[in-house]
Design a protein around this ligand. Structure first.
Ligand code: NAX
Ligand code: K
Length: 493
């Protein structure tokens, strides 16, 4: 089945191959593609900023610059005032033709060394998929001025300075109000720093023939509204034993809140029974806060073993700690062979002592935990989140959720799904514990690790967006419980 272009995520190299096939195999000239890109971008500009009268184009030496110049040509024909700044002259035939078309339409050139002229909207065509290194000199200065000018920027294809494959800035990067991406989504527009640079995202397919995409398997997939996996419906004639028994293990001294959050999240997402194995000193508080949880104090592995035998799935790690008690529980839980959600200190223990995780498990590292598991550092993980998530999934033969802006879900075969939801308010204590409970509950209700991880990440992020309501500051992990319940029912067959 052909990939749905709306959710297909490509590397820059893959999109270049689609462009080439469109030109070479389908006979669409490159300049025609550039014209289509400019037409789509100008439509976007008019729709978003109908009052704009003065445009400033920033055009680099490549085809991204050509796109910008042809936007200028259209704007001039529509009666707008346009100035273009070209830090370097166009390098290729199509970009040179675009500059000629712009000049023929009466477009003028400003002096890039003089800085930004006043405009209502700026069109960023400095660098697209051809970005090869950090912008420097005049280009870097213009990007800094764009980011400081307080006026809207429409980025063409990719915000200049952002690496299309990774979502990381190479040095300075444009922070656009909107980005219109051409031919196919570049995978870097959805993770790491991308949300801060792209603003609102639009896709223009440019009527590329299906033949040009054939044989190019998207590198990753965007989770979309349908997600493609749901929880089974519930017959009226059911009992709680049908929805799985999750055991959440963690909550060392001083960290009882983490295990309670995981447990309650699992209940809110429909797990039939949720047990908690924790330190004895947390039992009263957790029970008082959530009497529906079955809370047991465990002093070591033998006490945990009794509980593990009754469980279908284990959520291992929230507040677990890394001492002797923690290690004993961790070791026993992994040895029990039940599918596990491995989180927090359970990941840190795994980094210290490699151990196979049971089949059907999901690992949920944030970038710091991922770095410890990979023996690298956070900067290296963030520099290519796709590669880090894939490496972890292959190494541990498990589904991996690499958390952070634009969470990635990877399986050992190299499939990757990307979550476009979530907000900075979710960077707060306890959010990861809630996600662990959510994924655990979905595993307990019979979803595969891949489906539970994808649906769990989506429920969690969207619940976070609903709970934040556009005001991320001060969001609490427990604010997600009510929207989680609503969403878990919505994603039911
Ligand atoms: N025919 C096509 O292939 C199409 C390409 N399109 C546009 O073309 C873009 C890709 O065009 P290009 O491959 O020409 O590349 P870019 O326009 O992204 O890059 C321009 C040039 O800048 C140079 N460069 C890279 N990093 C630099 C840096 N830090 N400082 C100075 N120079 C640097 C590179 O050598 C490259 O040739 C896409 O992002 C898209 O906007 C669209 O017009 C659709 C059709
Ligand atoms: K750009």
């Amino acid at each position: 089945m052909p990939a749905d272009p709306a959710t297909a995520l490509y590397t820059a190299d893959q999109v270049r191959r689609i462009d080439r096939a469109t030109i070479d195999r389908c006979g669409v000239p490159g300049l025609e593609l550039m014209r289509r890109a400019a037409a789509a971008a100008f439509d976007t500009l008019r729709r978003r900023w109908p009052e704009a009268r003065r445009l400033c184009l920033l055009a680099g030496s490549g085809n991204n610059g050509g796109d910008a110049l042809l936007v200028g040509e259209r704007a001039l024909h529509a009666g707008l005032a346009v100035t273009a700044l070209l830090p370097e002259r166009p390098g290729g035939d199509d970009a040179r033709a675009a500059l000629a078309a712009y000049a023929d339409a009466g477009g003028g050139l400003g002096n890039a060394d003089d800085g930004l002229p006043l405009a209502d909207v700026y069109v960023d065509g400095l660098f697209g998929t051809g970005l090869a290194r950090a912008p420097q000199g005049v280009a870097a200065a213009l990007i800094a001025q764009l980011n400081a000018c307080g006026r809207p920027v429409l980025a063409l294809d990719v915000p200049s300075g952002l690496a299309a494959d990774t979502g990381m800035p190479l040095g300075v990067a444009v922070r656009a109000a909107a980005t219109i991406c051409f031919v196919g989504w570049k995978r870097g527009l959805f993770t790491a720093a991308a949300a801060d640079c792209c603003g609102e995202r639009e896709l223009a397919l440019l009527d590329v023939p299906a033949m040009a995409r054939s044989g190019i398997v998207p590198d990753a997939r965007l989770l979309d509204a349908g997600i493609g996996c749901v929880l089974p419906t519930r017959d009226a004639d059911v009992n709680k034993g049908r929805f799985g028994h999750l055991l959440a293990v963690g909550g060392d001294h001083g960290m009882g809140g983490a295990i309670r959050l995981a447990g309650e999240a699992a209940l809110r997402c429909g797990a039939g029974l949720v047990g908690i194995a924790t330190r004895e000193d947390h039992v009263g508080a957790v029970l008082a806060a959530r009497p529906e949880l079955m809370v047991r104090g465990v002093d070591g592995a033998p006490a945990l073993q009794v509980l593990l035998e009754r469980a279908d799935v284990v959520a291992l790690g929230p507040g677990l700690g890394q001492g002797a008690w923690s290690h004993a529980l961790w070791d026993r839980a992994l040895a029990a062979g039940r599918p596990c959600v491995v989180d927090a200190d359970a990941l840190n223990l795994l980094a210290r002592q490699a151990q196979p995780v049971p089949a059907g498990s999901v690992l949920t590292p944030h970038p710091g935990e991922a770095a410890r598991l990979l023996g690298s550092d956070v900067a290296a993980v963030q520099a290519d989140r796709y590669a880090a998530a894939r490496a972890l999934a292959q190494r541990h033969r498990a589904v991996v959720v690499l958390k952070g802006a634009g969470s990635l879900i990877a399986d050992p075969d190299g499939h990757v799904a990307v979550c476009p939801w979530g907000n900075p308010g979710m960077a707060t204590a306890g959010m990861g514990d809630v996600l662990t409970g959510v994924i655990g509950a979905l595993l307990a209700q019979g979803l595969s690790a891949w489906d539970a991880a994808r649906l769990g990440v989506a429920l969690h992020a969207r619940a976070g967006d609903l709970a934040a309501g556009g005001s991320p500051r001060g969001l609490l992990a427990s604010d997600l419980f009510a929207p989680l319940r609503t969403l878990a029912n919505r994603f039911t067959a």
